[in-house]
Write a protein that binds this ligand. Structure first.
Ligand SMILES: Cc1cc2nc3c(=O)[nH]c(=O)nc-3n(C[C@H](O)[C@H](O)[C@H](O)COP(=O)(O)OP(=O)(O)OC[C@H]3O[C@@H](n4cnc5c(N)ncnc54)[C@H](O)[C@@H]3O)c2cc1C
Length: 458
């Protein structure tokens, strides 16, 4: 392809934008990638919280799901990255009930997980045409019955809310099972953490790009498309500080939350049908508090990971603590520190994003309550703010009560005579919607569409 060709402008340097850029470069199509933050990776954000190269923890994604078939894993494996099985099941989990102020025994925990699996299968059988529910919360209530046990209600709620990012009463009644199923039945080797985190994937994708192709701290505010799309540079992209970039196409990979906020103006505007879809699809809120300590004081067996849940009183979707120590080193074989990630689902997530210090305090006081004899203060902590950040506006997409069949496909369709393409995890229909591998696939798909168009025009 000719180097005189105008570049494809990619908006957003998360996994999707970087994957699109890599693909286009491989096909010799010129690119410019504009990223609003002063770092690449977007929601994939691994931080060395104690600054000791041994406390790398994820503020965004931490799991590679179904790793054997996951392209993210295969890319990482090729550079020698190491992964660790991260099993969340009855054998690795303890449940603490704040109301009774005691740990529920292993048998109760096991039964809670069995009940979750059983409820899940009933959940699928309760067809919406035989019972009508307005939302996921109503359907869960019917499945669990009038007086559900606290641990059953809590597990159902926390898994579904942190997987969707939406509260159960704002989530579509049929948004269910596949995700919950993963938690109760997933293949033991399937859910893994990466030593050194998703940072390695971001670096790997970035390495294929040169410094003059990637521009940080460039917040895009306007995308203009000429009426005469046969013009040499039909697309103009303007940044908040007044820079203008010209290109042949634009790939928009900003999160759905950013499009919902309307901070990027399209000229001419997006078709009304697209605007409606942007409104109807949900974009959830999940936040994390991450902590590193001198000792893993929560472990029953010093050599084994231990996850635990503290059922809040009244029940809300916070209280989950995941032991992420095994992946906190800088890479294969490097030293690790004891680390925990505490996950806050909606509606608590918005509060965390606005009050990170109070959220850290809350997570620590829960730890102190659960482990009064062994608790120790943290070495370092951090909290995410995906919900309030102007560069994300939430965590990941979900099917809200308003979402209609076909909405995700419509969302992924190009506009403006094919000059504006959409990528990012909300476009990943059928290939990991809302996940890292989906973001990769959507970026590559948008790039392939342009590569085919350019080839046709030559
Ligand atoms: C808390 C949390 C937990 C998660 N857990 C998992 C998990 O365990 N496994 C998994 O696979 N996935 C998980 N995910 C989802 C995963 O992080 C995303 O699917 C994926 O990272 C999305 O990549 P993306 O490139 O589509 O979007 P992003 O990473 O959001 O990239 C979009 C980029 O656009 C930039 N941008 C936004 N606005 C502008 C603008 N106006 N101008 C220029 N640039 C702009 C942003 O700064 C960002 O860099 C999780 C996400 C969160 C938040």
């Amino acid at each position: 392809m000719t180097q005189k060709q105008k570049p494809v402008i990619i908006i957003g340097g998360g996994i999707s934008g970087l994957s699109a850029a890599k693909r286009l470069k491989e096909a010799d199509v010129p690119i410019i990638l504009l990223e609003g933050r002063d770092r690449l990776g977007g929601r994939a954000h691994t931080l060395d919280i104690a600054g000791n190269q041994a406390s790398w923890v994820e503020l965004g994604p931490f799991w590679i799901e179904d790793h054997l078939t996951n392209p993210a894993y295969h890319l990482l494996r090729d550079i020698g990255a190491e992964v660790h099985q991260h099993d969340i099941g009855a054998s690795t989990v303890r449940i603490y009930d704040q109301r009774s102020a005691r740990w529920l025994g292993w048998t109760t925990t096991l039964w809670a997980f069995i009940k979750l699996g059983w409820s899940f299968s009933r959940f699928g059988k309760l067809r919406p045409n035989t019972s009508t529910f307005n939302n996921l919360g109503e359907r869960i209530d019917v499945v669990l019955g009038k007086r559900p046990k606290r641990e059953h209600l809590y597990l159902f709620k926390i898994f579904s809310e942190s997987l969707n990012g939406g509260s159960t009463c704002d989530t579509h009644q049929n948004q269910l099972s596949d995700d919950l199923w993963e938690f109760t039945n997933h293949d033991e080797k399937s859910q893994v953490l990466i030593s050194g985190g998703f940072r390695l994937l971001v670096e790997l994708l970035r390495d294929s790009l040169s410094a003059d192709e990637v521009m940080l701290s460039q917040t895009v505010s306007r995308i203009s498309i000429q009426q005469d799309t046969s013009a040499q540079a039909p697309v103009q992209v303007a940044t908040a500080d007044g820079k203008i970039f010209e290109g042949s196409h634009v790939i928009v990979t900003v999160p759905l939350g950013v499009l919902k906020a309307g901070t990027i103006t399209f000229d001419p505007p997006l078709p009304t049908s697209k605007q409606d879809v942007i409104e109807r699809i949900g974009f959830g809120s999940v936040e994390k508090v991450v902590m590193t300590f001198k000792n893993s004081f929560w472990r029953r067996n010093p050599k084994k990971q231990d996850h635990f849940f503290s059922i809040p009183d009244p029940i809300a979707s916070h209280g989950s603590f995941f032991d992420v120590s095994m992946s906190s080193g800088a890479g294969p074989g490097s030293p690790t520190s004891p680390c925990l990630a505490s996950v806050f689902g909606p509606p608590k997530a918005a509060w965390v994003a606005e009050n990170p210090e109070a959220a850290v305090e809350e997570a620590l006081s829960e730890l102190q309550m659960m482990f009064p004899d062994t608790f120790e203060p943290p070495v370092a902590t951090a909290a995410s703010n995906w919900t309030t950040s102007p560069f994300s506006g939430g965590c990941y997409p979900y099917t809200s009560v308003d979402t209609q069949p076909g909405d995700f496909i419509r969302f992924a369709e190009p506009t403006h005579h094919g000059r504006v393409l959409f990528a990012g995890d909300t476009c990943a229909v059928g290939v990991g919607l809302g996940y890292v591998e989906g973001a990769m696939a959507a970026g590559e798909r948008a790039a392939d569409t342009i590569i085919a168009t350019v080839a046709d025009s030559q």
